[in-house]
Ligand binder design. Structure first.
Ligand SMILES: [Zn+2]
Length: 238
């Protein structure tokens, strides 16, 4: 029985380390996710500004095209001027040129407004791009650290899992199942020390008879309150 208890204690020690390591890895992964989310947020802002700028540039291209058409119209009308015979035709043609010129002015103003918007948005975009670059620079080192720390955790976890599985194999099947069930249901602690009549797993008083039976080492005792398996540590029992 003493041998099994020692095996269980070794196993518990390993599992406690492994659980801590898994917690460490989860915290690192959460930190990495936060960093990624921060970077993504700025990148999304840049993308949306770029889409907006792209839309305005398309509008500008269309207006420039309209401008060319109107300029062609004006040029053709003006070329026709010397061939005009009647006053009526002359007035009509001048009216046509005037209206085309007015249209051109409107288009030019629209282009000017678009240019102002594009310039402002480009400024915003550049500012965000600078922000992203700065952020990237500031987290780059930490991201590298996180990556290598996670790799180190994985190595410890893989090796540790193999070792604890090998140790677990040495226990009788029933005891193995009991240990794993307790580990699962009792926050990763299946076997605890009983000290001065108290279960250190739940801090409740143990019935004196049960506590006394722990000294005989003839079978594994469990705490009636938290069900964890109990052991005595000779160093603290005296
Ligand atoms: Zn207990």
């Amino acid at each position: 029985m003493q041998e099994k208890l020692e095996l269980l204690r070794d196993l518990q020690e390993m599992d406690t380390d492994l659980i801590r390591k898994r917690g460490e890895k989860e915290a690192l992964e959460a930190e990495q996710s936060t960093i990624t989310a921060d970077l993504d947020k700025v990148q999304e802002m840049i993308d949306s500004l770029e889409a907006e700028i792209g839309g305005l540039e398309d509008q500008r291209k269309d207006l420039s095209q309209d401008l060319l058409v109107e300029e062609g119209n004006i040029k053709r009308a003006e070329e026709r001027l010397p061939t005009i015979k009647t006053q009526k035709e002359y007035v009509a043609l001048l009216k046509e040129v005037d209206s085309a010129k007015k249209m051109n002015k409107d288009i030019q103003e629209s282009i000017g407004r678009l240019d102002e918007k594009i310039e402002a948005l480009t400024g915003d975009r550049d500012e965000k791009a600078g922000e992203l670059e700065e952020l990237n620079g500031s987290v780059e080192g930490r991201q590298g650290e996180i990556k290598s720390s996670i790799e180190a955790c994985d190595k410890v976890l893989t090796e540790g899992d193999d070792k604890r599985d090998a140790l677990l194999e040495q226990l009788p099947k029933q005891l193995r199942k009991r240990y794993e069930m307790l580990l699962d249901r009792r926050a990763g602690i299946a076997i605890v020390e009983a000290r001065q009549g108290i279960c250190l797993g739940c801090n409740m008083n143990l019935p004196p008879q049960l506590y006394n039976r722990l000294f005989t080492l003839d079978e594994i005792q469990t705490c009636p309150h938290c069900n964890r398996m109990l052991y005595l540590d000779p160093a603290t029992t005296a």
